[in-house]
Design a protein around this ligand. Sequence first.
Ligand code: XIL
Length: 471
Amino acid sequence: MPEPATVHELLERVRDSINRQEADLTATFQFVAEGEGTYRLVIDDGVCELVTGEGEATSTVFTTAEDALLIFGGHTDSMKAFMEGRMRIEGDLIAMSALQAFTPGNAAAVGGATLGELAPEDSPSLRVWEDRVAARVSPEQTLRHVAAERGIHVGAAVASPAGASGESLLHREFNGLGAENAFKWSHLAKFVGQYDFTRADAFVDYAQRHDMRLRGHTLIWGRGGRPHDLESTLRSSDDPAAMLRRLMADHIETVAGRYRGKVAVWDVVNEPMAYSGIGLDKNVFTDTLGETYVDESFALARAADPDAQLVLNEQISASQYDGPSAVDFLDFARRLLDRGVPIDGIGLQGHMLTDTPDPDALFSYLEQIQQLGVFIEITEMDMRVGLFADEEDPLGAQADAFHRVAEVLAAVPAVCGVMLWGSADSETWLDHFPPFDAGAPNQPVLFDRSLNPKPAYHAFKHGLASRPVLD
Ligand code: XIL
């Protein structure tokens, strides 16, 4: 089939692909293609229509017609396109990302072909790192011990702790625990006020039984993770700002209040900044309340649980720690602290999906954050092995990159935590999350699917062990 020549033609194909697959999707995606026009894919329970012209949308993409064809035509890693500022998205990014699954030629777009399952024992680096670690820490010391002795919480975020294939591994190797989704507003309450705490409670129980520091992710997140009817509830109100304040207060009091003394640290606000370029993310919170939604969220969280540590969590692309978006986030955090917002810590997500960081840039950025007088955590670290597809030993190259990051973290005293987004490769979100699912198995964390330690496990442990043991 010839390549689509216009954005309209491209979207016709996406529409057809959605209709063929009876996708479980209800959303409206708007494309403002500079140089061509504005179109919307209106999807109602998997039935998709393509309409011309502006209107309400779940997510809106702004880009040039030329870039839209490149990005959505399956030739370019779309995450890169955001980060390089060639396209801007307003609204729900997660929903937008789901759309990628239906774009023709998407598989090629991820950057890095599928490598197939790589076995740790086939990587010559496994022995090398085992030996290096053995020279630094005693063999019975797990990652958890090594980190704890150095004042670092090393954690893993999982879908569910009990019954995860690595349940025993989880508390053996980690002294921190996180939930990929269970504490998100959308997962606690599918609809406003209708709470179900079962899944989140299971995390509390597990963390208590195994003496792990539990991270609550996340109270307020503009880009996703909200009850389905939050927007419609606001629309039907005469005073949406007052209504949103009331809903936020109810939510934070309910959740941080319930988990008082149980959740040690909250990501109070997740991803406040725009994905690309500078400035705040444009979402229902900023639209309704401006940037003070962040101030208000922190004040509410402090009141609901005065002893919990409160974190502002942001994603910064691994190649951008010395870029303008990193500076912009630092300025924002400083501004909040200057006006007395009770932020205890800064979280950097650490998803390494398109690049790995330059260690000097990472080090200097962490030092600048440290100067704000807050603690620092890497909250969601993972690293697609596809980044190393061209290397002779991809798992070895991945281990080297994990090692470089760990050494930097160990060298900055304000860093008190690092959480992997997943415990074993078999459970990574990336294998199910467009566009990265096309690169499955992504093998982005420290244990393989049989729960064996990868070279990256030993390398990471070795790197953290470069921090001296606390007295
Ligand atoms: C991801 C979860 O891991 C997935 O299971 C879910 O489908 C989408 O969200 N940044 C964040 C996390 O702050 O909440 C996201 O978690 C990953 C990106």
